[in-house]
Design a protein around this ligand. Sequence first.
Ligand code: NAP
Ligand code: MG
Length: 392
Amino acid sequence: MDKIGMTTPIVEMDGDETARLMWGLVREELVRPFVDLKTEYYDLSLTARKETEDAVTMDAARAVKRLGVGVKCATITPNAQRKAEYDLPRLYPSPNGTLRSALDGTIFRSPILLPGATPLVPTWTRPITVARHGYGDVYKGVEVSARGGETVRLTGAGEDKTVFAFQGPGVALAMHNTDASIFSFARSSFACALDRKQDLWFSCKDTISQTYDGRFRDVFQKVYDEEYKAAFEAAGIRYLYTLIDDAVARCMRSNGGFVWALKNYDGDVMSDMIGAAFGALALMTSVLISPDGRFVYEAAHGTVTRHWRRRQAGERTSTDPMAILFAWSGALRKRGELDGLPALSAFAQKLEDAAMDTVRDGVVTGDIAALLGRGQVADTEDFVAAIRRRLG
Ligand code: NAP
Ligand code: MG
């Protein structure tokens, strides 16, 4: 069989532990036999980050800027315990954080809907993608614990405002955001919706927070009107701004199938709710999209350390490679679209279909069996082999 050709390489970012093991399996068993794979490879494992003093992470980010499409394996974010385990000179920052700031991007999370799985909200027959603004608000807030008889003030831009004149003890919070960050968030959100040919929702509370949330509303509207309206109309999709409480009610009554952009705190909360409603953590995919249309595909889960410890003890685990498979298929499909290689995009679809067929035929990993309440549990290697047989 002739392998499918590629022209531009994908930026491949390898990672750690069980995720790295599944990464190699998916690439070698499910992609390379069928595609004449071109990647620019960056090893972001903690060992390699240590060897390069973390320079490899910035190199990978620059490669994504240059080539446009990346695929990333989960990586360890070091903490004190990892610092000792890997004998690190310092705590390197999270590679995902480095990539996100280098690309000025937003992360979009979507569930993989398995055949036979019903979300906890049964009318959600299509995935809901949540985008959380990754900057500012309460996460960069400044807080004070006020004493009674004190007035807390907020000054700036030539204004001096009373927050509250405290009679007794209480608390106050000031938070900020920047137009630059909001514009980037809006552009990434419109780019994501257009990429998926799905409606974009943005919701906040501009009736109450007229200046702060009002700025978000105005920026989204401006980016839509000036940069995306024509493309949205041509694609037959729409942009909806609505109040956050209305959006929550509409979401519950919807059939899914939209991209929902949310401010930092709202996105933090809603992404966990939507994720839980669709099922397992291992079935959540994520893509980092920059305002100028660079894409990094990833599984939302981590390196699955607990399973790695069992692997190190010689045990085989039934760890789920589905989200990693979808990260690869997402990157291959995008590369196919950008380079005008329909055969590559078609293979990406075939790969996802083969995984779905495997589940439909009842061969599953442990987490999927728990979710569906049925299936013959295979270990990761056998599950991947079963997918490969269905790829022909
Ligand atoms: P995790 O790797 O996502 O795993 C948490 C638990 O979720 C696992 O123990 C397992 O539960 C279940 N799980 C996750 N993925 C699974 C899969 N593919 N198949 C089956 N079960 C799966 O989170 P963590 O244990 O908190 O973090 C481990 C390491 O990953 C940390 O060093 C962290 O820094 C890193 N991390 C990286 C990223 C990233 O690079 N994007 C994201 C998150 C965390 P059971 O043990 O109950 O089976
Ligand atoms: Mg959260």
